[in-house]
Design a protein around this ligand. Structure first.
Ligand code: CP
Ligand code: NVA
Length: 303
């Protein structure tokens, strides 16, 4: 029994295996091949925050693999009325085969996982977004091949997605150049851990310096869920960090642009870039489905 709270809960080998499985399942789906690897298995999906991609792709993934997913809003559960996390975790473990959770505070996820006897999957916390990053790696692999040869430029907020990418870079050998405003750097302990694991991570203040030799430009919202009260300040602090046509033009000719979505056009990215020829954003979004299936098979599929 294994949880997926952090991308670093996987070994390099497991991570590559998930990408390969996702690639295979994607191919099969295009050919119309159906499987029921998760027949009679149930996934509980507990959301403390909204979601489009994570919710729908996990639910469809379970359906297409012959299983069942339950969408559970935190506030509709007794959790919302104060039932302890440790009680909820133990009760759920008696009913379902895995739990996917989206929470404000990563510590809640860790507490839940301590009491759960079935795998717990991080569907986004303030600290990490491992399922997103597995789909991202599948996408980069499809477009660019060998991840070891790739340089990814992260522009904007050093947030949950950035943290998971940094740890993933340690597992895959991918290089990262990170450009954030002062005081918006990624989590210090995660950077330290990744560097100890051999991650090639560089920091530059000017986004122009980050994109020059990049194979991938990646950005995400300036105000993540739960940070809404900081929005006005963030708009000012991030003003120089927009992924615009001008910025993309400074990069390599075949650079690809990624965004985990939802995007705020006119803030962290322009409409022209989202809709432009370098954007692989909607293929990236599709890959959430294929990657999610591979994660589920890894955690609750039969050997
Ligand atoms: N990228 C992502 O996790 O999107 P949702 O918030 O819609 O799930
Ligand atoms: N960093 C964003 C990602 C949304 C999928 C957030 O946490 O809101």
């Amino acid at each position: 029994m294994k949880h997926l709270l952090s991308i670093a809960d996987l070994t390099s080998e497991e991570l590559i295996e998930i990408i390969k499985t996702a690639e295979k399942l994607k191919e099969e789906r295009y050919k119309g091949i159906t499987t029921d690897y998760l027949k009679n298995k149930s996934l509980a999906m507990i959301f403390e925050l909204p979601s489009t991609r994570t919710r729908v792709s996990f639910e469809v993934a379970m359906t297409e693999l012959g299983g069942h997913a339950l969408y559970l809003n935190w506030n509709d559960l007794q959790l919302g009325r104060g039932e302890p996390i440790k009680d909820t975790a133990r009760v759920m473990s008696r009913y379902v085969h895995a739990v996917m959770m989206r929470v404000r505070d990563h510590a809640v996820l860790e507490e839940y996982a301590r009491y759960s006897t079935v795998p717990v999957i991080n569907g986004l916390s303030n600290l990490e977004h491992p399922c997103q990053v597995l789909a991202d790696l599948l996408t980069i692999y499809e477009y660019k091949g060998d991840l070891k040869e790739i340089t990814l430029a992260w522009i904007g907020d050093g947030n949950n997605v950035c943290n998971s990418l940094i740890l993933a870079s340690a597992l895959t050998g991918m290089s990262m150049i990170i450009s954030t405003p002062e005081n918006y750097e990624p989590n210090r302990e995660i950077v330290k851990k990744a560097q100890e694991l051999g991650a090639k991570v560089k920091f530059v203040r000017d986004p122009k310096d980050a994109v020059r030799d990049a194979d991938v430009i990646y950005t995400d919202v300036w105000t993540s869920m739960g940070q809404e009260s900081e929005r006005e300040k963030r708009l000012k602090d991030f003003a120089r960090y927009q992924v615009s046509e001008e910025l993309v033009k400074l990069s390599t000719e075949d650079v690809v642009v990624m965004h985990c979505l939802p995007a705020h056009r006119g803030e962290e990215i322009t409409d022209e870039v989202v809709e432009g020829k370098h954007s692989i954003i909607f293929d990236q979004a599709e890959n959430r489905l294929h990657a999610q299936k591979a994660i589920l098979l890894r955690l609750i599929g039969e050997d």
